[in-house]
Design a protein around this ligand. Sequence first.
Ligand SMILES: [Zn+2]
Length: 283
Amino acid sequence: MPCWYELSWRNGLIVRLHADSIRHINNIPADDPDINLFTEQFGFTEWSGDLGADWGFEHSFTCRGVSGDFVEYEAVIPCVREYKPCDMCNGSGRNPFSMHDDIPCMFCENGRASVINMRSAFPVSASLSFLFARLRYPQFATLSLVPQLMAIDAAAFEGSGGGSVSGVYGIELAGYLRSRPHGRMPEIIAAMRSAHEKLFMRIDACHESGFKAQLSDGGALVIDCPGNATGISPDFGSMKPGRGYEFVEHNMDTPMHQLQILAGLAALHDLARAAIKDDAAKQ
Ligand SMILES: [Zn+2]
């Protein structure tokens, strides 16, 4: 199928929409039922459907300009870590149980305690969910000369599974995965680590081992981000030689899980697109 949208990782999550796709989803009004659903659920204050500028819920997509037949948007990854004065040491930064002034408080950083506010990630998550749903089964064909590599479903709600990502890898992408040597895919891990740092301002030591992108037999790719076996893996029943295959989510409960896995998929998209272009150039 000719490409109607692409992902890319460029120290940020880039979504590229083909001009024909833009024509079909441009200027969706704020009173559209799907938009209303998200607005009411999350209490958003603004929807902008003008794809000629920054758009989405709370303008969470930044327009990055035209690239060939595509327009590029950055789905801006928010920082979810916020700081407040530490309750345990009343903001002094000194250990509340020690007689000595120079022992630091173990509950905070210099008197500031950090909390994770995932609400700041809901606008971009809901905007992505809306966009991917509109583009999942397009009722139009673009004139793009490159194939669609993957099609994605992304949930956006509060609770278990509320940050899920699932979808399908097309024939060309699955073929690319089968052509690669088995093992770790460092480019995917690097993108997820970068997304994690944008979200949380750092990678804690306990999360270091949580990033995984492992390729095995038949092009089977497992991608995990820090969590409880959180990520995506093949729907093995859908894997057939010479075909694309579906992937399913595990324990993806927050928009932070979602944005990290999408970062990994965007890096995968870059690798596959470059390799497929190289193959086409050789023929
Ligand atoms: Zn403290």
